[in-house]
Ligand binder design. Sequence first.
Ligand code: UFG
Length: 349
Amino acid sequence: MAARTILVTGGAGYIGAVMCEALREHGMQAVVLDNLSHGYRDAVPPGAVFVGGDVGDAAVVRELFARHAIDAVIHMAAYIEVGESMLAPRKYFDNNFARPLVLLEAMEGAGVRKFVLSSTAAVYGAPERVPIPEDAALRPLNPYGWSKLMLEQALAWHAAARGWRYAALRYFNAAGATERCGERHQPETHLIPLVLEAAAGEREAIAIFGSDYDTADGTCIRDYIHVRDLAEAHIVALRQLDEPASATADLAAHAWNIGNGQGFSVREVIAAAEKVCGRKIPTQLHPRRPGDPPALVASAAKLQAAGWRPRHTNLEEIIASAWHWKLRQPQGLAAGKPGSGKALSSPGA
Ligand code: UFG
């Protein structure tokens, strides 16, 4: 029997590349669609088919579905910076909501009706309590969260009105690295890679954005989930889409939180990184970053009940995987620019 073929949009990005690795290990074929605006061609694992292009380019996506027998789509291509979305909301609504509608249209035309969306904990805004269940109130605090929530809503109506099967995976904070794939965003805005840059002496200090939150040490709390565990959650979600389900437009019915259910403050992350790296990491206090909720911690009970078991639940272990990946990079992470990514080819890639 031919291997099942999954389209991974954004498959040249940090999480997308790990997703392709996981699909392959589960005996599935990955077709990557990526415009390389933020991804790296060399991040796409060997064996995956690469198509250069944008999810909003109707000709490209129609051609892709005509050429490949796609069984389901994992849609990861998106802009992901909360702070930037506060400054450039239209950019986020265009890329994260409007363009994927073109993809949905091409899917409908090709008769592909299974979709896994990379959604986000940002849809919850500042939740009333943590851990957050999937049916908590949806009140994003930033355009990034809204752009993802709007796509969830569009998919919910595709499920109810058109019989689509979809899963919205609400990621908490993806972190860590596999043997060949780690985080190399340009520009980097995420806490753990920036902390590791400070540890490596590539930046003077790590900025702590706000120390006056209503949390135990005054800094924001997040739920860090290893990127490979995150990818495995999509495999579970794909299996769920094969099961019969009632057609409903209820967002919570289609949503799955992916997190470890454990929150760590910014200061705790820095302390854990100091242990992993065996050195003091200089810090600088900064004002709060607009759009940041004080605490986001998942209840991932639903996904666990469906058979998902995270393997890397220890924060130091997650940080250590990122640190060791970083140390293996030949020229330091600052060297590469998105696109070809040749300067940063991983050994063994
Ligand atoms: N932070 C700092 N200093 C930095 C960078 C970040 O103090 O230099 C703080 C942030 O203020 C925040 C925490 O570290 O409190 C984590 O920030 P990240 O930028 O690493 O991650 P976010 O929580 O803002 O966002 C991430 C993803 C989003 C996703 C969200 C869901 O980037 O896509 O997790 O929790 F929506």
